[in-house]
Design a protein around this ligand. Structure first.
Ligand SMILES: O=C(O)CCC(=O)C(=O)O
Length: 305
C-alpha cells in the first residue's frame, strides 16, 4: 500500500490511509478528484498535513508553526459529541421540514440553490444552535494566539454541504481576495461537521503557498472553468504542476479544526464516499481592527461575496 509521507520537519508525522482502510470504499490517491479533475497522477506528488500537537500555552511556538506552514491543524479541539450533534441537528431539521431524505444535490433544477433563502443551509446558519457552535471559546482561543490579540468572530459564516457523486468542490483559491477590504490580519477556521476523510471531500492545501507572490498566483488563473477572476484554477493537478508544489491532504475527525492564513491556496476534494460533506468556515480578525464590510452580515448563498 502506498502512502504519502508527511514532512518530517518537527511536529507529529502523520500518514493518511489513502487506499481505503478507513473509508467506505477503496480509494486510491490517484483517484482523488476535485470538480472531476484528478488531484495527482502519482501518489508521490501528495503530502500529508501535519497536526499541531504541542498545546497552546507556548504562543510563540504556535505562531512559528502557523507562519511556517500557513495552517495549524488542531486535532480534537472541539468536543466530538458537539460536532456530531450539530450535524445531526442540520439533517434532522431538513427532514422535519419535509425535504426528501438523503443529500441534496447542489445544482438540481428543482432545488433551491445552496445557501439561498429556502435552502436548509440558509436557515440553519440563522439558528441559535449554529451560532452557539461557532462561538465555542476553543475556536476563539486558538485565533487569539495566532492573531496575538483579542479576536473578533466575523458574522459571515459559511455552511457548506457537498453531495456524494456531485463532482463539485471548492476550486483553488486564497481567502485574501475575498476579504481584502479591511485589516490584513485575518485567520480562517475550517471546521468539518462530522468525520471528513479524503472520500468525504476534505480540505487540501498547496504546500507553502502562503509564501507565493501575487504574480505567481496569476500564473494559475489561465486554466479555469469560471469567469470569476478571484478564483484560481479548478484543475488542482495543473495548479500543483505549474507551481511545482504538492497538495497536502488530511483525514479529519469530528472535533478537528484547521486554521489557515488568508494567503494559503486551498481547495476541496470531491465526495467519492456515500456521506455528504458538511463543514463551516469562519473568520477572525483582531477585535480593534477594521473588518471588511462584506463579512459583517449573516451569510447567504447569493450574497455575491
Ligand atoms: O469547505 C470548502 O469547500 C472551502 C472552504 C474554504 O474555502 C475556506 O475555509 O476558506
Amino acid at each position: 500500500m502506498k502512502r504519502p509521507q508527511s514532512r518530517s520537519a518537527g511536529g507529529a508525522d502523520e500518514s493518511v490511509d489513502v487506499e481505503g482502510a478507513a473509508h467506505e470504499s477503496p480509494l486510491v490517491a490517484t483517484q482523488l478528484t476535485s470538480n472531476g479533475s484528478p488531484l495527482v497522477s502519482d501518489t508521490n506528488d501528495l503530502g500529508v498535513l501535519r497536526a499541531y500537537s504541542d498545546g497552546l500555552s507556548d504562543h510563540r511556538r504556535v505562531r512559528e508553526r502557523y507562519d511556517e506552514d500557513g495552517y495549524l491543524l488542531c486535532r480534537a479541539l472541539l468536543d466530538r459529541s458537539d460536532v456530531l450533534a450539530l450535524r445531526s441537528a442540520y439533517f434532522s431539521a431538513a427532514r422535519s421540514s419535509g425535504e426528501p431524505p438523503g443529500p441534496l444535490t447542489m445544482s438540481g433544477p428543482e432545488m433551491v440553490p445552496h445557501g439561498v433563502a429556502g435552502h436548509r443551509a440558509h436557515s440553519f446558519v440563522r439558528t441559535p444552535e449554529f451560532q452557539a457552535f461557532t462561538s465555542i471559546p476553543a475556536l476563539r482561543d486558538v485565533a487569539a494566539v495566532i492573531l496575538a490579540c483579542e479576536p473578533r468572530l466575523l458574522p459571515r459564516q459559511i455552511l457548506r454541504e457537498y453531495s456524494p457523486g456531485s463532482n463539485r468542490a471548492s476550486r483553488a483559491h486564497t481567502d485574501h481576495v475575498y476579504i481584502n477590504r479591511g485589516t490584513k490580519n485575518v485567520v480562517t477556521a475550517w471546521i468539518p461537521i462530522g468525520d471528513c476523510s479524503l472520500a468525504s471531500g476534505s480540505l487540501v492545501y498547496l504546500e507553502g503557498s502562503h509564501h507565493l507572490q501575487p504574480d505567481e498566483l496569476d500564473a494559475v488563473r489561465a486554466v479555469t472553468d469560471r469567469s470569476d477572476p478571484r478564483r484560481l484554477s479548478h484543475d488542482l493537478g495543473w495548479v500543483a504542476r505549474r507551481l511545482g508544489r504538492r497538495w497536502l491532504v488530511g483525514d479529519y475527525r469530528a472535533g478537528d479544526v484547521v486554521f489557515h492564513s488568508p494567503h494559503m491556496i486551498h481547495a476541496t476534494l470531491d465526495v467519492s464516499g456515500t456521506m455528504p460533506r458538511l463543514s463551516t468556515d469562519v473568520r477572525f480578525i483582531p477585535a480593534t481592527e477594521e473588518a471588511d464590510e462584506r463579512w459583517l452580515e449573516t451569510w447567504s448563498g447569493d450574497d455575491g461575496n
